[in-house]
Design a protein. Structure first.
Length: 222
């Protein structure tokens, strides 16, 4: 029996092999995308039989779930640590871009084209909600106008009645709008940049991203 708090050699071997399987999976995703993920090909690369590999991941979807869970957990932890350091929304934006550029395939797995036929379990949705909670916390400055006009926007009114995506977070509609603009507009730039759509256009995507952050920071909530 294993001593509490210590892994047995078998447990260490299993954890190491699961890590190697995930590393090979990321290589496949980089080469052919998540739909092309093949457990049999991974097994062959590792010198294993297909049935042997299935002792570590019972299906392709289970492996994809593990990769998605790792990706969401990494981003959630990154943004939470950034917020804990005192960063504002702009600081979270810089952390988001650095995280995305560090591993574009990881970014596209969770924010790119959905994998056909795959449905994420509820615990992954919960991790994704942690990310949004961090943004909503940062979207509630102590003071400042709602917008340039100082008036409630039509989107504020809409979000007051359609806030399921924010879960139980108590943020007011203006903060919901600010966080939503932050999330959608920055992901728009990141997705285009990482897919190479700015290549050959002659400008630095980092400057475009920084300019977007300045615009977003200028729009305050109540």
């Amino acid at each position: 029996m294993a001593i509490e708090g210590k892994e047995t050699p078998r447990e260490r071997y299993r954890a190491q092999l699961r890590t190697e399987i995930k590393e090979r999976a990321w290589e496949q995703i980089a080469a052919a995308g998540a739909p092309g993920l093949s457990l049999n090909a991974i097994a062959k690369h590792l010198g294993m039989s297909g049935p042997a590999l299935y002792r570590y991941f019972a299906s392709r979807d289970e492996l994809i779930t593990e990769l998605i869970r790792d990706a969401y957990r990494s981003l959630a932890d990154t943004l939470r640590a950034t917020a804990a350091s005192g960063a504002d929304l702009a600081g979270l934006g810089h952390a988001l871009r650095a995280w995305a550029l560090d591993d574009p395939q990881r970014y596209f797995l969770i924010y790119g084209t959905p994998v056909p036929g795959y449905h994420a379990p509820d615990d992954i949705t919960m991790i994704a909600s942690e990310i949004m909670d961090t943004l909503l916390d940062a979207a509630e400055p102590a003071a400042g106008p709602v917008a340039a006009t100082g008036e409630e926007t039509p989107l504020d009114s809409h979000l007051a009645e359609h806030r399921q995506w924010a879960g139980d977070h108590p943020a007011p509609p203006a903060a919901l709008r600010r966080a939503l603009h932050f999330w959608t507009r920055l992901h728009g730039i990141l997705s285009l940049e990482l897919a190479g759509h700015f290549a050959g256009m002659g400008f630095d995507p980092a400057e475009l991203y920084e300019n977007e952050l300045r615009h977003l920071k200028a729009v305050r909530c109540r």
